[in-house]
Write a protein that binds this ligand. Structure first.
Ligand code: NAG
Ligand code: NAG
Length: 174
């Protein structure tokens, strides 16, 4: 019994040092970019693949599944802004009585300092809200062990075509 107390005291400083080294190596990164959901035209980047069999769900898109490979750019203009990568994944109409999407996507960086790295985003996107917050649940490359959140704000939404440009701000610890 007597030996147990000194042993605990000896281990304690080592444990504290390991914890502070880990937090000292952690980075906080903010990334602002624009996400383009192109549903119209000859080369859409968001394609519906399923919808509910019942027909009274269309107002809220409940049951709809869309697969996306949406361009990500530095600025808001898809044609002239610098391409940064793609948002690959799905969104699902998950609100029965309101338009609320369940987003599940990887931001795949293909240029700039994060080229080759990815950030995994999952969360609720009530698209008519001014700001929608989603979880950053992980990442690869520069974003290994990532956690944080994303905030989405609609920049433009074309009611005729359904095309949308959304500003995303990512706040990531990794
Ligand atoms: C569609 O309408 C039927 C009949 O009014 C109703 O029973 C059903 O719950 C509705 N479905 C949805 C998904 O709202
Ligand atoms: C991104 O990385 C890939 C693989 O290393 C490389 O082929 C490509 O040229 C890079 N893209 C840019 C824009 O730097």
């Amino acid at each position: 019994m007597a030996a147990a107390v000194p042993l605990v005291l000896l281990l304690l400083p080592t444990t504290l040092m390991a914890a502070s080294a880990a937090s000292g190596g952690e980075k906080s990164t903010h990334i602002k970019l624009y996400w383009h959901d192109v549903v119209s035209g000859p080369s859409p980047t968001a394609v519906p693949v399923a919808q509910a069999a019942v027909t009274n769900t269309s107002k809220t898109a409940f049951g709809m599944v869309v697969v996306i490979d949406d361009p990500l750019t530095e600025g808001p203009d898809l044609k002239s802004s610098k391409p940064l990568g793609r948002a690959q994944g799905t969104y699902v109409g998950a609100g029965k009585d309101e338009l609320s999407l369940m987003m599940n996507m990887n931001f795949v960086f293909q240029a700039g300092e994060y080229n080759g790295s990815t950030v995994a985003i999952m969360g609720r996107n009530a698209v008519f809200d001014a700001v929608r917050e989603m979880a950053v649940v992980g990442g690869t490359g520069a974003f290994r062990m990532a956690r944080g959140y994303a905030q989405a704000r609609t920049h433009t939404f074309d009611l005729n075509t359904g095309d949308a440009t959304v500003e995303y701000n990512l706040y990531i610890k990794h």
